[in-house]
Design a binder for this molecule. Sequence first.
Ligand code: NDP
Length: 311
Amino acid sequence: MSTVIDGRKTAAEVVEKVKALTSDLAAKGFSAPGLGVVPGLAVVPGLAVVIVGEDPASQVYVANKSRTAKECGFHSVQHTLAADTGEADLLKLIGELNADPAIHGILVQLPLPGHIDSGKVIQAIAPEKDVDGFTYVNVGKLGAGESTTAFVPCTPAGSMLLIERVRGRDLSGLNAVVIGRSNIVGKPMANLLLAANCTVTVAHSRTKDLAALARTADILVAAVGRPEMVKGDWVKPGATVIDVGINRIPAPEKGEGKTRLVGDVDYAQAAEVAGAITPVPGGVGPMTIAMLMANTVVSACLAAGLARPEF
Ligand code: NDP
């Protein structure tokens, strides 16, 4: 039986570190070039979350983010805009948040309503406040191997932290297979694994003989959005399996109309073969919000002229 990688525990550790850094920032204050630290000017990390419309899933995500930000001691602001808000108004708000010195992180909850160009809105966020890591500056830094100065998207950053807990920071000599090539998960995940010296293969819907490819992986990351697609015989014995997928499926055994969450990996089968595996729920999921908090406190430290903390 494999080791269960406890995402809730690691996420709680990250949040504790964020809280400690937030207290430190309040005590240390602002560090001005030439002046050193100015204790009177306490810095409170500020996170602005913007949501447009009333998508129920998005509202739950946003509420969780705002609640965790408050728990961390952040200045937490939520902008809830009507579904028919125009693109120009949203861009104006982003401009105001970019210019607001009390805000260190800006997150626009996706998806946006169809009449708004999401790409245009995301790219309008100042890269130094882009705690989701979606602007081209941050994407480019990660792609160029500058992952220590980039804001890395929260889900792959959290997945990487879980991998490090099992395998350490240097993954030299290991083969990694990432199933999924989205800009939010698959591609940044592949870049992070490459930066950690893995030999990386990215698979997607056009990949041939995916099962055989997956079996070559010492580290297998599934970010597909297909319930329990990765079977036990896709997993190399002893592999580290990171299941990013979150899929809601019917659960008639729990009662009529009930559902349950499963990942992209058939957990029961894969856990028989893997060395270590993330469960769903309780694996990658909790790490995403924790890394958003981590990115925001990093942004606040950098804005205060302090060294970049590591997670
Ligand atoms: P996308 O839909 O953007 O990307 C899915 C990827 O999977 C695509 O690259 C697609 O290939 C590939 N794919 C689809 N079907 C197959 C198949 N049969 N075989 C191989 N590859 C396939 O999804 P995301 O990356 O945004 O999310 C992936 C999963 O992760 C979802 O379940 C999502 O809910 C979850 N997620 C979880 C988060 C968390 O906090 N834990 C955060 C973000 C996402 P192609 O490019 O060829 O179409």
